[in-house]
Write a protein that binds this ligand. Sequence first.
Ligand SMILES: Cc1cc2nc3c(=O)[nH]c(=O)nc-3n(C[C@H](O)[C@H](O)[C@H](O)COP(=O)(O)OP(=O)(O)OC[C@H]3O[C@@H](n4cnc5c(N)ncnc54)[C@H](O)[C@@H]3O)c2cc1C
Length: 424
Amino acid sequence: MQRIVILGGGTAGTIMANRLAHLNRSALRAGQMELTVVDRDDSHVYQPGLLFIPFGKYTAQDLVKPRQDYFPSAAKYVREGVDHVDIDGRTVVLESGQHLDYDVLVIASGCHVAPEETDGMLGPGWRENVFDFYTLDGALALRKALAKFPGGRLVVNISEMPIKCPVAPLEFAFLADAFFNERGIRNKVDIQFVTPLDGCFTKPIATHELSHLLQEKRINLVLEFNTSRVDGAAGVLESWDGRQVPFDLLVTIPVHKGADFVGRSAGLGDDLNFVRTDPKTLQSLASPAIFVIGDATNVPASKAGSVAHFESEVLAPNIQRFLQKQPLRANFDGHANCFIETGHAKALLIDFNYDVEPLPGHFPFAAGPMSLLKESRINHVGKLAFRWVYWNMLLPGHNIPFVGAPMQMRGKRRPTVARITAGI
Ligand SMILES: Cc1cc2nc3c(=O)[nH]c(=O)nc-3n(C[C@H](O)[C@H](O)[C@H](O)COP(=O)(O)OP(=O)(O)OC[C@H]3O[C@@H](n4cnc5c(N)ncnc54)[C@H](O)[C@@H]3O)c2cc1C
């Protein structure tokens, strides 16, 4: 009997459960394999939709579904918290003390915001003038605050990288611009985007395009700001180098951390509890029998659902090879694909990997229909359609036609340095 245990039944864990159930359907039917998914709760939140909640576009009901409905019927669901992994003993210890032995362990436990890591963030002002939108509770509370915001300074702040969906804070700033325009009070709102990065995005060509949009929308950029402290009572954000940014409303993207059990499992993670992972095979560096997918890894890819989906195309066959004692394929290229909502029913699209930064052009074919790094309505339709794709294609573990794990250069073009510098 072969035992596969998946820790986490979110985006990545659900995709992997479905892919592995499909690949091993005969063994599962014959009782030669056991597939178990562990998650501590039964509410699957469509996280990309959290962006729209503060602006009244979605409700909680639009985003939350029972996890179990998306697991394969051949998988056993254990609804419990994980305490730690005993790597030498090849067993998972649950919070109840129960042990789950494994032959293959898939860690898909994601990451979460940790506002307690920043001095003062949870102090006076939390959920009064200091909000996050990366949690359902936070996004719902922020919706009320935005609806009655009379004007003043709105600060969007990334505390520290890495974060989930690194473009979501920018999207929030763009949508805030559109929201206040629609409310007729944009002239009374000063929007500041405060980031630890040296540009509004991590890669130069996309940074150039996005900075242009920020200027157009009168969103001020504060760079290389490493947040040290939040003073909600005084309405001030402070950096380690002594700078201060005053705010009337702070929308924070707090420090992100991997699951706490990773920190309790000797040798598994780094200092933020991300699991140390081979970036190409997705095997853990702590043990050959442990594989990692999604936000839980420390690989230098974006923490995005699209990445989890592309990773699963590589990881599921690699787990099969491991079970059959064959060598793994080192072929995950870091492919990420993200829509960037820019407001007024438009969006950009970026497609990139470990080696190729987001480039302009067309997607998925040389002639489009979507445009890369350029605002369009069809990209916005793609962003909204992603919710359907998520529940009906991604989670069930289906491949998406023409958009697979290896990133394609088709449709992309490299602008010359002179064109970037000239802003063309
Ligand atoms: C605001 C926002 C906007 C986003 N926009 C996009 C977007 O436009 N496009 C995109 O591709 N991605 C987007 N993302 C990112 C995307 O949602 C995540 O990258 C994706 O959900 C990661 O999947 P995961 O399975 O790794 O983690 P998750 O889906 O978070 O799942 C982790 C699971 O592990 C479980 N778990 C953790 N610890 C334990 C424990 N100790 N015991 C038991 N269970 C445990 C959790 O309950 C959870 O169910 C966005 C995210 C946010 C927050």
